[in-house]
Design a protein. Structure first.
Length: 228
């Protein structure tokens, strides 16, 4: 895929013995090639590396997955392409080095990036950018950038009318129908993963870390049945 291949190309370019290759200049469309990071200090004293493309950074949520930041995309403000206000889900993969126990988290993040990148539906959260923070040849931190949904999540948003509830329900079902038509199961439908756009105009489904291909899910179920 485009975004993941850019990340790979970034690490290959950092190898001292790799011969120079003529490639398309993607610096304006992907911060994977941008090595300028700024350090954002949280109220708790934790330091989070953020691509310098993003400014006016604030913490808006934390959890077992990492930290969610709000930010402004300076590139979008200059070019007029893409959302100007974004959310950055920052995850620390490892503190020092990659260990075997860290691979499930890495697989989950890669799966989420791939689905965000490949799925284009008005009620599915879209991917704006993804940036790693390299440490040697390993990524110890990664930021997944999506448009900011100013209405929060359905866990805190109060629908204004029955008509809005029905509209949100139709939109959620439309998003799930789209995913199922591509043989993907979300597997983590809850209010915290349903984001409301500004003004309560619509709802979008996000957080694809637990999603699976339907075929693989059925194979797993079949293997359990055979074992019993």
């Amino acid at each position: 895929g485009t975004l993941l291949s850019r990340t790979v190309a970034y690490h290959q370019a950092s190898e001292p013995e790799s011969p120079p290759q003529e490639e398309e200049d993607l610096t304006v469309t992907s911060s994977c090639y941008c090595i300028n990071y700024v350090t954002f200090a949280t109220a708790s004293g934790r330091s989070i590396p953020v691509d310098s493309r993003y400014t006016d950074v604030k913490v808006i949520g934390t959890g077992s997955y990492g930290t969610v930041l709000s930010a402004k995309d300076s590139l979008a403000e200059v070019t007029g392409v893409g959302p100007k206000e974004v959310a950055v889900k920052h995850t620390v993969l490892v503190e020092d080095k990659l260990d075997v126990e860290d691979w499930p988290d890495i697989v989950r993040i890669i799966r989420e990036v791939e689905l965000l990148r490949d799925f284009h539906h008005e009620n599915l959260l879209s991917l704006t950018d993804v940036f790693p923070q390299p440490s040697g040849y390993a990524m110890t931190n990664i930021g997944i950038v999506t448009p900011m949904c100013k209405g929060g999540t359905l866990a805190t948003y109060q629908p204004r009318s029955l008509a809005q509830v029905m509209a949100f329900t139709r939109q959620i079902l439309s998003a799930l129908s789209f995913m199922h038509s591509h043989n993907v199961l979300h597997r983590d439908i809850k209010r915290d993963n349903l984001f409301v756009t500004e003004g309560g105009r619509s709802v979008v489904l996000g957080d694809f870390g637990l999603a699976r291909e339907r075929r693989l899910q059925l194979l797993h179920i079949a293997s359990i049945v055979r074992e019993d």
